[in-house]
Design a binder for this molecule. Structure first.
Ligand code: ATP
Ligand code: MG
Length: 437
């Protein structure tokens, strides 16, 4: 209803955020359900953690030289002068909870968790990049078996495959263990140091603190020294190389094709050994093609005050998953969701319609009716638009006979049905319908 004299509102959603309208939420729910189902198949259990955490959690785990911590966090002081941050990712919170609730003492190890919820990063908005986005991620904590690396990767792949995606590319790399990384780091510093003045100020800062991240720089990616940089692969010690070989072997056993990219380093500090990304190879996907990223983080649990429990996980955003579905032109067939549209003609019949609509809903039959006193013809149009299976019409005649006119919109047939057997009738023909489909 329009209010006379109302001022026009010019407040819009904040940049980088979006409203997901009723016409879109069906897709979201379908994808979320598919994800939850995959997690059930693989026995990952949901964990729900707060949307904000102590800022220190992220500076310590994600790392204070990363883009996330340096540029992207929504950090604020609360009224008690605590520094809090809207979570930019999910692993830190999951691991914090793992430590806080002593999940390392659970009888069943590894602990397999998943989360799905909004994350916040102050980023430049573009297609596939938002300031609030929904991430689904899993964490398997407490096992250093390369078979679980393959399990984690295969769950991510399964989600995309079950969403109908075919044009997928899995890229993996090994970052090695701490020893391998230290010797690689020394080599990187010697490689970049003589020419560091030619690099962006971020890279200059990274040189001593975290030179590996120079390889991940988006500004300097075309600098000739990037291509000749010492590759981590050459610095993997025997143990790390053997671990990586096993991961590859398990992926082959699962028939999951992959490519190896020695420059895949991933943005977060806490990764070691296995790192991976899944990209969409669909044409017209746009500039950002990474759908999911993940890796192993042995050492993070200890860093956050827990025991030495190795972990691995990944995260993907629902936004990019939906973009990939669109890019591959896959349609989600929206199922008809309305069983019955109830039309009451006249005052007395209206009362019956209100009552009946309520009763149908109580019996788990989806039902809708008119609340605008519209003409029968207009109501029929509504029923069509809502893709109702049946329309029930109640007029004075039907009222008197304690019956209703039940019209099957697919076949066009209509029958007078006694109120007493109406619900049974709808239930049996609905199950018949489903069986035929
Ligand atoms: P990118 O290189 O695209 O910035 P990232 O390395 O920052 O990615 P991760 O932190 O690994 O991404 O997050 C894992 C996944 O979360 C990404 O692969 C992507 O699907 C999704 N994601 C990350 N940032 C955003 C964002 N701003 N908007 C939407 N999805 C995002
Ligand atoms: Mg990013």
């Amino acid at each position: 209803m329009l209010l006379k004299g109302a001022v026009t509102m010019d407040i819009k959603v904040p940049r980088g955020t979006q409203d997901i309208l009723p016409s879109e939420t069906g897709k979201w729910q379908a994808v979320e359900e598919l994800i939850r189902e995959q997690c059930r198949m693989y026995q990952y259990k949901e964990i729900r953690t707060p949307v904000f955490e102590h800022t220190e959690l992220f500076t310590r785990s994600v790392g204070d030289t990363t883009d996330i911590v340096q540029k992207e966090m929504y950090t604020f002081q609360d009224r008690g002068n605590r520094s809090l941050t809207l979570r930019p990712e999910g692993t830190a919170s999951a691991v914090r909870a793992f430590v806080e609730h002593k999940m390392f003492g659970y009888a069943d190890q590894p602990v397999k968790l998943y989360y799905m919820g909004p994350m916040f990063r102050y980023e430049r908005q573009q297609a596939g990049r938002y300031r609030q986005f929904v991430q689904f991620g899993i964490e398997a904590i407490g096992s250093a078996d390369p078979a679980i690396d393959a399990e984690v990767i295969s769950l991510a792949m399964s989600v995309y495959q079950n969403a109908g995606l075919k044009k997928l590319k899995l890229v993996i790399n090994s970052l090695g263990d701490t020893d391998s990384r230290v010797s690689h780091k020394t080599a990187l510093v010697s490689h970049f140091e003589p020419h560091i003045a030619e690099f962006c100020s971020d890279c200059q800062n990274r040189l001593q603190k975290n030179p590996l991240r120079i390889l991940d720089c988006k500004v300097d990616r075309n600098h000739p020294l990037m291509e000749t940089a010492p590759s981590l692969a050459d610095f993997l010690n025997e143990e790390s190389a053997a671990y990586f070989d096993k991961v590859k072997e398990y992926l082959s056993i699962l028939n999951i094709p992959f490519e190896i990219d020695p420059n895949l380093v991933r943005g977060l500090d806490y990764y070691n050994h296995t790192a991976f990304e899944i990209m969409s190879a669909a044409e017209g996907f746009g500039a950002i093609t990474t759908l999911a990223g993940g890796g192993r983080y042995n050492g993070l649990v200890e860093e956050l005050g827990g025991p030495n429990a190795p972990g691995i996980g990944f995260a993907m955003s629902i936004e990019r998953l939906l973009l990939a579905i669109e890019a591959e032109n896959n349609e989600w067939s929206e199922q008809s969701t309305l069983d019955v549209y109830v039309i009451g003609l006249g005052e007395a019949a209206k009362k019956k319609a209100v009552e009946l609509t309520y009763q149908l809903r109580q019996k788990k039959i989806t039902a809708e009716m008119d609340y605008l006193d519209r003409k029968m013809k207009t109501q029929m149009k509504s029923a069509d638009r809502l893709r109702a299976k049946y329309v029930i019409v109640i007029g004075d005649d039907e009222l008197e006979k304690e019956s209703v006119m039940l019209k099957d919109l697919a076949t066009g047939t209509q029958n007078l049905i006694p109120l007493s057997s109406l619900i049974d009738q709808i239930k049996t023909s609905s199950t018949q319908l489903e069986a035929e489909e």
